[in-house]
Design a binder for this molecule. Structure first.
Ligand code: MYR
Length: 279
């Protein structure tokens, strides 16, 4: 049976060890302060938030080019028959569309782009699961079929400290931003049909986190859950949430991850999220 390679873009923020153990290749996105800087390799997460605080102008983000995708796919094609390529939601970035265009123009290998319809850790869940199934000898069809069971129970909620970042980057409508700032409400955000929308409006961050923890707990009461607390440079707060949840449930596998530079550009520092799926 032919080898299947797994690719993700950098916004899954998988750590080095996970990438190496699962033989996952990364195609990076970049942040632009004065010049394009590749996230994770040229600027790490902590350095990014330091720079964003100090820099006069806020950064923007940029996607991998068609040529970069083609080069990576062709290189992997030398040793693989198929590639599954995981990307952040096509509703918030053109990265998936570029992957689709590159997949069409590469002849040596079959490339299957996968729209995660989200980003960050949940995108990582798909990539890691696909890598595991590929190691077990599953076919591309079997892998896609298995990923729908993650999709079916996947939940991800996040809270930002300042809605202006999302508004400025055009990833949330003006009306929604106005509602949040005018009434001093902390909306709990989530993805619906590939785009970011408010889930519920709550008055404080504390109440928002409590509400998201309750949502997770409803699922954890029904069976094993894989979860991640994701943070934008607030590791202590994230660890507090992680350990509170871990103490409460013994069927909860829960770790920490980050909103790295590209996602941090759009969410701002101090954003917090909790994501999970039922195993
Ligand atoms: C680009 O194409 O330039 C990158 C655009 C990235 C937009 C990010 C918007 C925020 C995503 C939040 C994801 C939270 C997942 C739990």
């Amino acid at each position: 049976m032919g080898k299947i390679s797994i690719v993700t873009d950098s916004t899954a923020y998988l750590d080095e060890q996970t990438l190496a153990e699962n033989d996952i290749s990364v195609i990076p996105l970049s942040v632009v302060f004065d010049q394009e800087t590749i996230e994770e390799t040229e600027i790490g997460t902590e350095a990014f938030y330091d720079k964003m605080r100090e820099h006069e102008k806020l950064p923007t983000t940029s996607q991998p080019s068609l040529g970069e995708f083609i080069n990576l796919y062709e290189k992997l094609g030398e040793t693989s028959d198929s590639i599954i390529s995981f990307h952040l939601s096509s509703g918030i970035s053109g990265t998936f569309e570029t992957a689709v265009a590159a997949a069409r123009s590469v002849e040596e290998v079959n490339v299957y782009p996968f729209d995660s319809e989200i980003s960050c850790s949940p995108q990582g869940y798909y990539a890691v699961e696909a890598a595991k199934l590929a190691r077990e000898g599953k076919t591309v069809d079997e892998i896609f079929e298995a990923l729908t069971s993650i999709r079916d129970t996947l939940a991800a909620y996040f809270i930002v400290a300042d809605l202006n970042h999302l508004h400025r980057g055009g990833r949330m409508s003006g009306a929604q931003k106005f509602l949040g700032s005018a009434l001093q409400i902390k909306p709990i955000l989530h993805f619906e049909d590939k785009v970011i929308v408010p889930f519920e409006k709550v008055r404080t961050e504390k109440k928002a986190i409590k509400r998201v923890m309750e949502l997770l707990e409803q699922d954890a009461e029904e069976g094993p859950v894989r979860a991640t607390v994701v943070h934008a440079n607030v590791p202590d707060k994230a660890e507090e949430i992680r350990s509170a949840l871990e103490k409460k449930y013994d069927n909860l596998e829960i770790d920490l991850s980050v909103f790295g530079p590209v996602i941090g550009t759009h969410l701002g520092e101090k954003a917090l999220g909790i994501t999970w799926y039922k195993k």
